[in-house]
Design a protein around this ligand. Sequence first.
Ligand SMILES: Cc1cc2nc3c(=O)[nH]c(=O)nc-3n(C[C@H](O)[C@H](O)[C@H](O)COP(=O)(O)OP(=O)(O)OC[C@H]3O[C@@H](n4cnc5c(N)ncnc54)[C@H](O)[C@@H]3O)c2cc1C
Ligand code: FES
Ligand code: FES
Length: 470
Amino acid sequence: MNTKNLSFILNDVEINIKVNPSLPLLDYIRKEKHLTGTKEVCKEGDCGACAVLFGEVIDNKLNYKTITSCIYPIGNCNGKHIVTIEGINKQELLLHQKAFVDENASQCGFCTPGFIISFTCYLLNNEKYNLDDAINSIAGNICRCTGYHSIERAMDTVIKELQTKNELDKIDYLIQQNIIPEYFKEIKKRLINLSLPQETIPDKSAIFIGGGSDLFVQKPDDLLEEEVYLITERKLNYIRESNSIIKIGSGTTFEEIKQSEILNKFFPSLKNDVDLIASLPVRNVATVGGNLSNASPIGDITIILLSLNANLTLSDGEQERNLPLKEFYLDYKKLNKQKIEFIKEVSFHIPPKKFYFNFEKVSKRTYLDIASVNSAILIEVDNDKIISASISAGGVAPIPKLLVQTNNYLKGKKISIDIIDEALQITQSEISPISDVRGSAEYKRLLLNQLIKSHFLKLFPQKIFENELV
Ligand SMILES: Cc1cc2nc3c(=O)[nH]c(=O)nc-3n(C[C@H](O)[C@H](O)[C@H](O)COP(=O)(O)OP(=O)(O)OC[C@H]3O[C@@H](n4cnc5c(N)ncnc54)[C@H](O)[C@@H]3O)c2cc1C
Ligand code: FES
Ligand code: FES
């Protein structure tokens, strides 16, 4: 069985253990450390009852994020600060806990530790507070009995009570305001002093684990028996730009994509697009490499990267090779790679001419849901003439699909309603959706047509009159 030496801080205690890296963090917290304040409900990353704070030192700064510990491998906690509700509790109630009590924001209390953890993280992460952002920060937490208004009132009370301007360091300020306990002061220094193991090379039989947000929903028990390789060991979370090429490390999380200044500079709409993917605690762990490799035909980041004509760098730990992303998918969940190869990096060129980008996703509910059909477009236009078009589509074929024939047809054409109608006929001939829980094949065909029209309506509203295109 796979074991690994780990060093991390759990609440105020330094932990040094040899453990199966595939053990879900929640199981360790509850079953081995008996910290039962962190709850187990869905065990699928959906409800936030198991939320814990995940602290790490990045660029000499201590950052915290919330993660759903039920689907997170303990192996990824090396060198981190993991905080359960017991790790922020004091003898007396904290300021925000008291507000929850005063506003009747807790009934059965099962969800409450998760809400307090997510709200604490919001207070740790932001310089200025406002209720809308605070509400967004608890979007991954579900309460089944109290209802959300009392929770919102409790958060509003706290936000109003906290000064937005102060001279103190954030941690010192939140200690002073009775939001977190004293020991947080020393955490940064203690994390820096933890001695961590060196990077290793993957074993031939190893299963790669990124954020675990797919694997730990699909087959948590099997993973305990398997040889695994943690992508986090390689520190592949980066986004770099040079000579009009953007490189994204495969360990980069969805939330890092959302917050990236580089990506926001070139793709200003991307920030809002990423909000349509999963919930904050899942976006905090789910990686680009995991999205590409689980090969779901509706993977959102995959559909975006396909339209950007991305290339992959695959590595077996020693040798590397490059492959266009569009050649990575051979059939349903069948990848053009050896078992020992992992995705190291994904890269794409920023087009030299004026370009436009758009992403569309339709799911049964707008947020916190996977797509029925999704699509992205990267299009270069010069004086109404399409220099190049790259439209991708998910949920309409066994693989995430680049609409090659549609794209070829559009190249060199002048944008008009007739041209788009022609293109849509070609699109229909190159997709093969099936009926499933997300909709009938017929519905998905219709949906993709609408999404492609939406791309053009959003990007070129002045050229296309809305009432002529519906
Ligand atoms: C509540 C919830 C909501 C979700 N919502 C969405 C959504 O809206 N949109 C969406 O697209 N997805 C969604 N997902 C699915 C999932 O989060 C993503 O697919 C995610 O990108 C998986 O990344 P990961 O790093 O967690 O992958 P993991 O679970 O670690 O791995 C997934 C697969 O990729 C392989 N793998 C991981 N990293 C690499 C690598 N670098 N090289 C080679 N193979 C690798 C693993 O072996 C495994 O086969 C959701 C998941 C949950 C739990
Ligand atoms: S138990 Fe529901 S998200 Fe973890
Ligand atoms: S208080 Fe019961 S689930 Fe939220």
